[in-house]
Design a protein around this ligand. Structure first.
Ligand SMILES: [Ca+2]
Length: 99
């Protein structure tokens, strides 16, 4: 459930860079450069490591390659957590077993 004092993560273009700013109401808590701006990037604010703080995931394609960048939040600023090529490589096959 979301609380009413939820932080807002806003991704903005500043020049050729993307910046993630964290707001609490009218107060700017932090602003972090999260790489070069990409018009084709999909941005998601999800908690990827389960610490209750929203992290930023950017995904985009370069030819056949799917790139992803993960920025982990400590609730104030973002640290680059992981970046690399993902998808299009079958590393496992998931199967739902039916009873
Ligand atoms: Ca998190």
């Amino acid at each position: 459930m979301c609380s009413s004092d939820l932080e807002l993560v806003r991704i903005e273009r500043v020049g050729d860079d993307a910046w993630a700013s964290v707001w609490s109401g009218e107060n700017l808590l932090s602003s972090t450069r999260v790489g070069a701006w990409r018009d084709d990037a999909v941005l998601e604010a999800i908690d990827v490591n389960g610490d209750g703080k929203a992290d930023v995931v950017r995904r985009w394609a370069e030819g056949p390659e799917e790139h992803a960048q993960v920025w982990l939040s400590d609730g104030r600023a973002f640290d680059e957590g992981w970046a690399g090529v993902t998808g299009n490589t079958c590393v496992a096959q998931a199967e739902v077993a039916k009873r």
